[in-house]
Design a protein around this ligand. Structure first.
Ligand SMILES: Nc1nc2c(ncn2[C@@H]2O[C@H](COP(=O)(O)OP(=O)(O)OP(=O)(O)O)[C@@H](O)[C@H]2O)c(=O)[nH]1
Ligand SMILES: [Mg+2]
Length: 231
């Protein structure tokens, strides 16, 4: 976070939430990925880039507290060309940088938009956080909350805004369920109870094409986003 910036509240960025650029073209769809430490956010970002990069023009912003670890991983894996990956070092609780003072993240997103115009999709990965973390609507258009079965099969039941309100809940690492004694049926029922009609995807990102359903969900949003621009 840029400590020399004045503290800027999300609503002050409402202009940036506008879908149209100054020239009337539609800006990229911004998708936030949040969730607890180690749940599979970077694995999701990497797999989404690999799956969608031939069809769409994509850029990524990662958030880490003290390092650029996740961006360096994505660069090493060459999921996108280097100029399409930017790291934000938050220096504070990750949710602060995606919800309260979003200035450093917005600056990163807007810089990518300018440098790589026209962009279709920007993925913003939050630093690992707790169940209360959500993105400001001034920063992203839709948000995905990623949890994993190894952290306890009671997590969906515990709720919190990430689980109850995210546009998509991903329950990752289903491959580990037998090893940690996680009851997937209970997790499915709890997620449905907490989320009503909002979608949940259970997956294992270590399996072949474990990203498919998530990629289809992102593609659906992106297709609608672009269709609205054309109408
Ligand atoms: N067994 C298993 N491991 C996984 C799966 N998805 C991710 N992992 C592993 O889990 C670890 C953490 O994954 P990351 O994608 O780095 O998690 P993250 O949410 O980005 O972590 P932070 O950014 O540190 O909060 C890595 O060692 C991944 O290889 C999965 O579906 N199954
Ligand atoms: Mg990560």
């Amino acid at each position: 976070m840029h400590l020399d910036h004045p503290v800027t509240m999300p609503q002050r960025h409402s202009h940036s939430a506008e879908p149209l650029r100054a020239d009337g073209s539609r800006r990229a769809l911004r998708v936030g990925l949040g969730g607890p430490v180690g749940s599979g956010k970077t694995a999701s970002v990497a797999a989404l880039c690999r799956t969608l990069r031939d069809r769409w023009s994509i850029a990524v912003v990662t958030n880490d507290i003290y390092t650029r670890e996740d961006a360096e991983y994505l660069l090493r894996e060459a999921v996108l060309p280097p100029e399409r990956i930017t790291a934000v070092e938050t220096g504070a609780c990750p949710h602060t940088a995606i919800r309260d003072d979003i200035s450093a993240n917005l600056e990163a997103v807007e810089h990518l938009e300018e440098a790589l115009h026209p962009l279709d999709l920007v993925l913003v990965e939050s630093g690992g956080d707790n169940l209360t973390a959500t993105f400001s609507k001034g920063l992203v258009d839709v948000q995905i909350f990623v949890i994993d079965v190894a952290s306890g099969d009671d997590i969906p039941r515990k709720g919190g805004p990430g689980i109850t309100t995210a546009d998509l809940l991903v329950v990752n690492k289903t491959d580990l369920a037998p090893h940690v004694g996680a009851d997937l049926a209970t997790m499915v029922a709890d997620a449905e109870r907490q989320r009503g009609d909002l979608p949940t995807i259970f997956t294992s990102l270590t399996s072949d094409d474990g990203i498919r359903e998530i990629a289809d969900w992102v593609t659906g949003h992106l297709t609608r986003w672009r269709a609205e621009a054309a109408s």
